[in-house]
Ligand binder design. Structure first.
Ligand code: ADP
Length: 160
């Protein structure tokens, strides 16, 4: 049984993330999407909101679950019985940082392997921060996020 943990901030989740989960669900027996509660990053959405957006978006995939974590990714992987940490790769820009993370995680827990999944080219330039910036200036984001996220971004823009 290969279980994969897909950790991230997901602030908020977008179609690039969802595409990675959908494809991973066809490869691994189970995919656990883990929302990082990272106070250093001061996210736009609370961990509970980010988790809920993911849950709503992934409800139709039976072998995917969503959780939240606050500590080390490898500890979360062990806790959930995952032998794989899954990360998405967009451009070369992601590579250095992702390799650094993967190496450190291997050092901490050699039994957990990091797998990288390449984004689909149409999502290569998609990031949560870009989506938030677009929404802030009332640019349409419906193509990149789920309806629940688009609505929440609209509300956020109105409050600003
Ligand atoms: P981080 O976990 O670094 O704070 P995110 O929460 O945005 O960043 O992303 C979680 C994971 O999804 C990371 O592995 C990231 O590289 C990947 N990812 C982000 N955007 C995309 C995209 N457009 N296509 C594929 N993977 C992506």
């Amino acid at each position: 049984m290969a279980r994969a943990l897909y950790p991230g901030t997901f602030d908020p989740v977008h179609r690039g993330h969802l595409d990675v989960v959908q494809r991973a669900a066809q490869i691994f027996d189970h995919v656990i999407v883990a929302v990082l509660e990272n106070p250093d990053k001061s996210p736009a959405f609370s961990a509970a909101e980010r988790e809920e957006f993911l849950r709503l978006a992934l409800t139709d995939i039976p072998n995917v679950s969503v959780t939240r974590f606050g500590g080390l990714t490898v500890a979360c992987a062990k806790e959930h019985g995952a032998s794989v940490i899954l990360r998405g790769l967009r451009a070369v820009l992601d590579f250095d940082y992702e390799v650094q993370l993967a190496m450190m995680n291997r050092h901490l827990e050699p039994t957990v392997e990091t797998f990288f999944m390449l984004t689909k080219s149409r999502y290569a330039y998609l990031s949560s921060s870009l989506v938030k910036q677009m929404a802030k200036f009332s640019a349409p984001v419906g193509e990149f996020v789920t309806p629940a996220v688009a609505e929440a971004l609209r509300r956020l823009a109105l409050q600003a």
